[in-house]
Design a protein. Structure first.
Length: 243
């Protein structure tokens, strides 16, 4: 039976997202309709990997080995990049951040049109080789996040600088914070939040808004000794814009 990811961070179907991408149509080597994968739409004329619409969707598979032309070839003669053999899938970032400790990343193949996230760890494999591949392809591409910002808030109990607050402005107690940190319906507050909100007002529309959210369980699990380091890791992984 195919794995659909670990509990709390299941694989999801993103076929409709890939099928809806504009000006990226192509035909795969097997004759199936697909889309180009690229970090820079200006480079579409240079090609890139043409993958089927179900690339990355629904189950833990060797999606790159199945779909990515860079991973095709005679195993007896060609050198296949090691990332090709790792299983992974697209996941729901909100669910994974809140309900699991899996490592998740934002895919820049589909930004800024769509926020698409993926995970290797939910499929019990490593993202090490894919990170190596990304580093080898790194260019000076500018990725603009837009004027709406998502920020993760690493809070420490009832700290006045960063905290969670009940609707009447009362700061949650340490035990209440522990129980409700991952509930984004309970707003974040504190001096730093007030400061950011002031910047939004002063920007006069240049920054539309800032949405505050919790740090992912995966990053908190990786950096148990520093919530701030964990928050920065979420920025690095593309889950949020700032911390």
């Amino acid at each position: 039976m195919l794995s659909t990811g670990n509990e709390g961070c299941n694989c999801i179907n993103q076929t409709s997202v890939l099928a809806s991408l504009q000006n990226r149509d192509c035909t795969t080597a097997t004759g199936r309709p697909g889309v180009y994968l690229t970090h820079d739409e200006k480079r579409l004329t240079l090609g890139g990997s043409c993958v089927a619409y179900d690339y990355g969707s629904s189950a833990c598979l060797q999606h790159d080995l199945l779909h990515d032309p860079k991973c095709q070839g005679d195993l007896s003669t060609a050198v296949i990049p090691p990332y090709c053999f790792q299983t992974w899938c697209y996941v729901d970032a909100k669910s994974c951040k809140k309900n699991s400790a899996e490592d998740i990343y934002k895919s820049h193949y589909f930004s800024p049109e769509y926020d698409v996230f993926y995970s290797y760890s939910t499929c019990n494999t490593t993202d090490y080789f894919w990170k190596q591949q990304l580093e080898s392809l790194a260019t000076n591409v500018s990725v603009v996040g837009g004027i709406s910002i998502t920020a993760t808030v690493p809070i420490n109990d009832d700290d006045e600088t960063l905290n969670k607050q009940w609707p009447d402005g009362t700061i949650l107690t340490p035990s209440e914070t522990e129980d409700n940190y991952f509930d984004d319906t309970i707003p974040f507050g504190g001096i730093y939040i007030d400061y950011m909100n002031s910047i939004v007002k002063l920007s006069k529309g240049d920054i539309r808004n800032v949405t505050y959210t919790h740090t992912s369980r995966g990053s908190l699990n990786r950096y148990k000794g520093s919530r701030f380091t964990a928050a920065v890791r979420d920025v690095q992984n593309g889950l949020v814009d700032m911390a």
